[in-house]
Write a protein that binds this ligand. Structure first.
Ligand code: PMP
Length: 353
């Protein structure tokens, strides 16, 4: 049997030597899964920059490795702590939150640990995978094409005493957690950086990370991935529906500080999903569609800004493929949306005897 522990190879020597991985063996115990929220790794991309003729270094902030599967675990925990500190939380408290799904997963799993009930209101676009995950975690999920925020307020009006709306779109605890943790982690790990790229939904990540990075590196470019069809940054663009989840929209939320962004790149659904698949296939980063959008935007911006040798870029990969198993992860879904050509022959090497 191959001796994995003492392979003796230095990592990485050649492309192939990476597979002679020498693990660092550690044993770690945590008292709660909540301890594993945040402190996500930054991973260097080894193939995609080269394939796009870029000499700069690109690092992925792997937020999909959070326990609930996304960066929004941080937000959910910050919102719950904020509510707790407000002094209104009891065993009977019902947490209510409008969300594109990932905050809902965070709230549902964290509320379940606190033995509190949660009601999540999400749009019809949210994937079945997200909805099923929230239901599994004990949340009551309302999927609607109406205003999720209005429904949250109606639920609140019915039970003023027990219902707490966490309100990620307005609550300062959302950007603050990214200022104090996500942004700080990037600075600690990276030292000087020249560009950070991300998608924005509530804008919590952008506002928090953006301000933290700018304080240390005022010349660092903060770039937003704007889905084609969104008019939050691309204000003169054409508003239309798009398939990428969790980012963009038509009205800027209160916690979104647009002024911290230096610019934006418009990214189509096709570019986003193909790039998310490439991140999985070429780099082993099993991320979602908005992460693909951020990566595609990073490549466009790096070329536009001519970021060459020695420049360092961080791209935030917000959630993982689990949320999209029946969507862009599935070849037939990609083919049905004309993002992939159907295969000419399946199993072309196989000849029936
Ligand atoms: N990507 C995905 C998949 C998301 O769910 C969200 C949150 N809506 C974002 C990106 C954007 O994060 P934020 O709300 O901090 O702007």
């Amino acid at each position: 049997m191959y001796n994995f522990i003492n392979s003796g190879h230095k990592f990485p020597v050649t492309h192939r030597d990476k597979f002679f991985w020498k693990p660092t063996v550690k044993g770690v115990i945590h008292n709660s899964i909540l301890d594993l929220i945040g402190n996500t790794p930054l991973v260097k991309l080894n193939k995609i920059p080269k394939a796009n003729n870029l000499e700069c270094e690109i690092y992925a902030k792997c937020e999909f490795l959070n326990p609930g599967g996304s960066i929004k675990d941080r937000t959910a925990l910050a919102l719950l702590k904020d509510a707790e500190q407000g002094g209104n939380v009891t065993d009977k408290t019902i947490f209510v939150e409008p969300t594109s799904g990932n905050t809902g997963i965070g709230v549902a799993f964290e509320a379940a640990l606190m033995d509190n009930k949660s009601i999540i209101i999400t749009g019809e676009k949210s994937s079945n995978e997200k909805v099923s995950t929230m239901r599994l975690l004990g949340a009551e999920v309302i999927q609607t094409n109406k205003s999720t925020i209005e429904i949250a307020h109606k639920i609140h009006d019915k039970d003023l005493q027990n219902v707490v709306i966490l309100n990620q779109f307005e609550n300062d605890a959302n950007p603050r957690v990214h200022y104090e943790t996500t942004g700080e982690e990037i600075l600690n790990a990276m030292g000087e950086i020249n560009m950070v790229v991300m998608g924005t939904g509530t804008g919590g990540t952008l506002s928090g990370v953006g301000h933290k990075i700018k304080e240390r590196y005022p010349n660092c470019h903060i770039i937003v991935a704007e889905p084609d069809g969104s008019i939050i940054f691309n204000v003169h663009g054409k508003k239309h529906p798009y398939l990428v989840e969790g980012i963009g929209g038509s009205k800027a939320p209160i916690v979104l500080d647009k002024s911290v962004a230096n610019g934006y790149e418009v990214v189509t659904d096709e570019e986003s999903f193909l790039m998310a698949r490439e991140l999985c296939q070429k780099e082993g980063l099993l991320c979602g569609g908005s992460s693909g959008a951020a990566m595609a935007a990073a490549i466009k911006a790096a070329k536009r800004l001519k970021l060459g040798l020695g420049k360092r870029i961080v791209v935030i990969l917000t959630d993982g493929i689990r949320n999209y198993m029946t969507k862009f992860v599935c070849n037939q879904w990609m083919e049905a949306h004309l993002f992939l050509d159907p295969p000419e022959h399946t199993m072309s090497w196989w000849k029936d005897p």
